[in-house]
Design a protein around this ligand. Structure first.
Ligand code: SF4
Length: 727
């Protein structure tokens, strides 16, 4: 029977999925120990709205597949290797796996669990500390690495990087920011001295024009996109620039369907025209920027006709975009992984920074730079120093004064050299460099590029500990598995794409012996001899604030029900700073550094053998490797299977039918999956979401990386698509 709402406990929290960080309330039936439903809450960045993930995507926590006890690999299960049918050493993953009997996509626990035995926490933690310590003693600091998670809280991210840095004396610690906005952050640091957004997405209401670049916001940042749509109806001109005619294109005043991998040429052409029309903000350029002449000299080679030749966007459209952008009183750019996930990702972001800076569009309402952050806490995890080159608050590990200060406050010897990134750690493991890894909440087996390479790297490790809420594909390679609490079973802070720090509250009790990540990290730290005695996330947050000028003044007591933006000089009375850099940038001279970029083609271009371009990304209903959303009944029911999206003309030419099966192959592997014939794809391009283990898109992707941000090229590789006969 449906209970009246008055019998339900209301717990205010934050959505655990995307970087928008919508405020919500979970209504909990305490008798059943279960969430009954969720409702949006009023908060400046969400205003009571939720998308389908926030509204329905919470029942994963009650899945019977939750890990509830520590597990240790059985002695007779060595040498370890890929265990399940799909990953048993084959270079290819078929529709139903090698055995042809599993249409679903979750890890086959009945096959994997027999390779492990249950253990006590004491036994498992002792083993973790003993093995990692031994590898460290034999191989030195470079033999150890840690992947943290942007799904964990700020407190957990902070403690994890502190453990790797002080317990193992290495900066080999990173997380999935490397796979989403690392190139944006590299360009922003170089250009304006800060990796965070310069204004909120809600500020779009004050913009004359907003460019949404390489972002399928209605799927990936649904509630933020509702602000864009509202602004458009109120008069803001929306310019959408993306190779896929996704739902954002339906709400744009101008849609520029450029060819994949041609962003630099497009924005250089727009800047060429802005300069030619005399629409540069000369005062702003003179007083707030440096290196304008070099930028102008570079974009002089990109007249709109050349822009059209490279990008496929008509020269007249480029001219129109330039005029609207240049004449706007205030303009803002939002961008997503279509900008960042390229081997030219840093160059792409450099162009966006220059676009804003030469027209005076940073530092006033309705203007600015906003990389839409992906995970719910990827902003916070990066702020916390869960990246190899920075300590908390982006303080450079290689800077002697910073290094010495953190040695003092943490009371430990620290590595003075920056560590390896996610992709470099995988490559190092393959060569026997990194030999022991601690993985907290990451699943690189599905999320990283060229996963046959990842599989070999994971199998080559001497010791792998995986801490998670489910048995993931990566967990199949583990020596020890530690059961963690889900988002719903713990307290902590999370920082959204706007720089809003919000409190996530405990809603449910954890299952079995599952433990909060911060407690597990502390348990390991103590066994390494570290003198840690944290008693709560609140205490950890206070330490964070003491080390991070950006988070100054924030505390659990003043975050309130809707969080606070940082920086914030008076959190008792103020929501925080919306528009940053109104007077100076965070660079050493206070100026925005304009960095010109030349267009370079993608690393792997189509040819006769692999004639199509593959683009990968997310669906509205699913999240990353699907470990949560594929265990959410409503979400998995709406979007139950992997599909390759192809243009109708390509489908006809290739003999593909909607709903039929296709085989997609690249130089690195091949998969079989259903066909979705879609007008959203341009001819010659196809799209596959990366959530589905049984048709893992990242078997196909290329692991070439951007030289600055070290981000892989998830948005471009060459593939061959053909129908599966008889399927
Ligand atoms: Fe959650 Fe993002 Fe959807 Fe908001 S927009 S409900 S934060 S997934």
């Amino acid at each position: 029977p449906i209970r009246p709402r008055t019998e339900l406990d209301a717990v205010d929290s934050v959505c655990p999925y995307c970087g928008v960080g919508c405020a919500l309330t979970y209504y909990v039936d305490r008798e059943r120990g279960a969430i009954a439903f969720a409702e949006g809450r009023d908060q400046p960045g969400s205003q009571g709205r939720l998308c389908v993930k926030g509204r329905y995507g919470w029942d994963y926590a009650a899945s019977p597949q939750r890990l509830t006890t520590p597990l240790i690999r059985r002695e007779d299960s060595y040498p370890k290797g890929p265990l399940s049918a799909e990953v048993r050493g084959e270079e290819e993953v078929g529709r139903k796996g090698r055995t042809g009997r599993r249409p679903g996509g979750l890890v086959p626990m009945e096959e994997v669990l027999p390779h492990f035995r249950e253990a006590t926490w004491e036994e498992a933690l002792d083993l973790v500390a003993r093995r990692l310590t031994a590898i460290h003693a034999e191989g030195g600091p470079g033999a150890i690495a840690g992947f943290g998670s942007a799904k964990c809280s700020n407190e957990e991210a902070y403690l994890f990087q502190k453990l790797i840095r002080t317990g193992f004396h290495t900066n080999n610690v990173d997380h999935c920011t490397r796979l989403c906005h690392a190139s944006s952050v590299a360009a922003l640091f170089e250009g304006i001295g800060s990796g965070a957004v310069s204004t909120t997405y809600g500020d779009v209401v004050n913009a004359d024009v907003a460019i949404v670049a390489g972002s399928n916001a209605p799927s990936n940042h649904p509630v933020a996109s509702s602000f864009f749509k509202q602004a458009q109806r109120a008069g803001t001109t929306i310019i959408y620039v993306d190779p896929r005619a996704d739902r954002m294109s339906e709400h744009a005043d101008i849609y520029c369907q450029l060819k994949p991998g041609t962003d630099v040429a497009f924005y250089n052409s727009v800047m060429y025209e802005v300069i030619r029309l005399g629409l540069v903000d000369a005062d702003y350029v003179a007083t707030r920027t440096s290196n304008y002449d070099a930028l102008a000299a570079t974009v002089a080679d990109y007249p709109p006709e050349r822009g059209e030749q490279i990008t496929g966007v008509p020269a007249d459209t480029i001219r129109r975009v330039a005029r609207i952008w240049g004449e706007a009183r205030a303009g803002v750019i939002f961008w997503g992984m279509g900008i960042s996930q390229h081997t030219t990702g840093t160059d792409n972001a450099r162009c966006l920074i220059a676009m804003c800076a030469i027209t005076g569009n940073v530092g006033k309402p309705g203007s600015g730079l906003h990389p839409l952050r992906g995970q719910n806490n990827v902003q916070g995890a990066s702020d916390m120093g869960l990246i190899p080159m920075f300590y908390p608050d982006y303080q450079r590990a290689a800077e002697p004064a910073v290094h010495d200060r953190f040695e003092r406050v943490w009371g430990a010897d620290l590595d003075p050299e920056p560590g390896l990134t996610v992709t470099e750690i995988i490559s190092s493991a393959l060569k026997g460099g990194v030999r022991g890894m601690y993985m907290m909440g990451e699943n690189p087996f599905l999320s990283d590029p060229n996963i046959n390479k990842v599989r070999k790297a994971l199998a080559a490790l001497d010791f792998l500990v995986v801490q998670d809420i489910f048995l993931t594909e990566t967990g199949e390679f583990a020596d020890v598995i530690l059961p963690a609490t889900s988002y719903l079973e713990k307290e902590g802070t999370y920082t959204n794409t706007d720089r809003r720090v919000q409190l996530g509250r405990k809603v449910l009790d954890p299952p079995g012996q599952a433990r909060e990540d911060w407690r597990v990290v502390q348990d390991v730290a103590r066994r390494l001899g570290l003198d840690w005695d944290y008693t709560s996330p609140r205490e950890i947050f206070d330490e964070v604030v003491s080390l991070m000028p950006s988070y100054r003044n924030l505390s659990y007591d003043n975050l309130g029900g809707t969080g606070k933006l940082y920086p914030n000089d008076d959190p008792e009375h103020s929501d925080g700073t919306v528009v940053m850099f109104d007077e100076r940038f965070n660079t050493s001279d206070g100026l925005a550094h304009l960095v010109p970029a030349e267009w370079l083609p993608a690393r792997e271009l189509p040819d006769d053998e692999y004639p199509m371009v593959l683009n990968t990304g997310r669906l509205l209903e699913h999240w990353h490797t699907g470990s949560m959303t594929r265990r959410s009944y409503a979400l998995d029911t709406i979007a139950p299977r992997a599909e390759v999206y192809v243009n109708p003309e390509d489908a006809a030419a290739l003999g593909l039918v909607d709903g039929g099966m296709a085989r997609v192959a690249s130089r690195r592997g091949r998969i079989e999956l259903h066909v979705k014939v879609s007008h959203r794809e341009a001819r010659g391009n196809c799209f596959i979401p990366f959530h589905f283990r049984e048709a893992a898109a990242n078997l196909l992707t290329i692991d070439e990386i951007d030289p600055f941000g070290k981000i892989p090229e998830f948005k471009f590789c060459a593939v061959h698509v053909e129908p599966v006969e008889g399927a």
